[in-house]
Ligand binder design. Structure first.
Ligand SMILES: [Fe+2]
Length: 383
């Protein structure tokens, strides 16, 4: 399998207003995809727009205020006004970067995105897209380093959440600017951090893991140990925010190349059925799923991997491998406790069919299979 490439990366506090010095914007017709109004309330927003307008040919702005649906992408990509755009910049959380990524491709394809979604449409993405810059303002999905956009929609009355994917869709350039990251609200910091943690753990223990994804995932897990709780207790810490942003970036590369596991298999399924934030779903599932996986774990190589995660979280060498594995489990139990809404039912107003929920998911690349009974017990436990 072809490994995906890494985007060019710059980590620079205050880097966004310096963007014209970091990436050639001269004369470009830029489409800026941003989130809700919070970015526009940033005290340097006007200065940033003035800076890029001083070199660009034109700057247009589109806003994304929810987890992206097909129509959000189509309304931008099929807009005649944007036919001559030659650079897309996404500044925001995973949803915004997913839309920017999808728009950069669909502005070339000029078709409805649903035709290209995995398992939904029959068209194959050509891989052609406009140049793409990603500037994450949250540390979670790692979308800035992945080859896919996750898009929601409805087909034949059934809600779905599927990917637009091509190895060429990995952004060209990623800017991590802690000036933006420190503005993330607490709930977003917690949800997105738990998403990044789930991605790193699942990619590191995936059946498709390789030495490169292992190296980056383990580095990301160490950065989580150093930075995640500090982002919660000291949200103004630029150093902690940079660490979590890098952890999320590494998680994106790792998951794009090693895949994910049961937490994401179930979280993706739940997110397609009702509006639970992706990071919250991952955070709720993380501890019970891995508690059960560890019960089934027999292969010494895998036990060693969980021990290494325990050491990465603890930030120290732990002689006893069992103690190190326990550290892993204790850490994910502790950090998922930061969720204020910690049950699935907190996000879902209607009674759902448990049978349907515990059946319609993929185990992805989990190193251990969990029985249907076990999954049903977990879903009931966290409901
Ligand atoms: Fe995720």
């Amino acid at each position: 399998m072809k490994s995906s490439l890494m985007p060019a990366l710059v980590v620079q506090q205050g880097g966004l207003v310096e963007l014209p010095n970091l990436y050639n914007l001269d004369g470009k017709k830029i489409l800026l995809v941003i989130g809700d109004r919070s970015f526009e309330k940033w005290d340097r927003f006007d200065f940033f727009i003035k800076k890029i307008m001083s070199v660009a040919g034109s700057v247009s702005i589109e806003r994304v205020g929810r987890e992206p649906e097909c129509e959000d992408v189509d309304s931008i990509a099929l807009n005649r006004l944007y036919r001559d755009i030659d650079l897309v910049i996404g500044i925001g959380g995973g949803s915004v970067i997913d839309v920017a990524k999808a728009v950069s491709a669909m502005l070339i394809e000029q078709q409805e995105i649903v035709n290209f979604l995995e398992g939904i449409g029959s068209a194959v993405p050509s891989g052609r897209r406009l140049p793409l810059i990603a500037v994450p303002t949250t540390s979670g999905t790692g979308s800035e380093a992945t080859a896919n956009s996750v898009i929601k929609g409805v087909k034949d009355g059934e809600a779905f959440k599927r990917s637009l994917r091509h190895v060429n869709y990995i952004p060209d350039f990623v800017l991590i600017d802690s000036e933006l990251l420190v503005r993330a609200p607490l709930a977003v910091t917690i949800n997105s951090g738990l998403d990044a943690i789930s991605q790193l753990v699942e990619a590191f223990t995936s059946t498709k893991a390789n030495p490169t994804t292992d190296a980056l995932a383990l580095k990301g897990l160490s950065l989580v140990g150093e930075g995640f709780e500090l982002c919660i207790t000291n949200p103004e810490s630029h150093c902690a925010r940079e660490k979590m942003a890098l952890a999320a970036f590494y998680s994106g590369y790792a998951l794009a190349n090693a895949g994910l596991g049961i937490v994401h298999g179930v979280a993706g399924h739940l997110g397609g059925i009702f509006p639970i934030p992706h990071g919250a779903a991952c955070g709720i599932l993380l501890y019970p799923v891995f508690r059960e996986i560890l019960q089934e774990l027999a292969e010494p190589g895998l036990v060693e991997k969980f021990a290494q995660i325990g050491e990465a979280f603890a930030g120290r060498r732990i002689e006893s491998r069992q103690e190190a594995v326990d550290c892993f489990l204790e850490y994910i139990k502790k950090v998922s406790g930061y969720l204020t809404l910690s049950r699935i039912s907190d996000y879902c107003a209607v009674e759902l069919d448990f049978e349907k929920i515990s059946k319609g998911f993929s185990e992805k690349n989990s190193p251990v299979s969990l029985s249907q009974d076990c999954l049903s017990r977990i879903i009931h436990e966290i409901w």
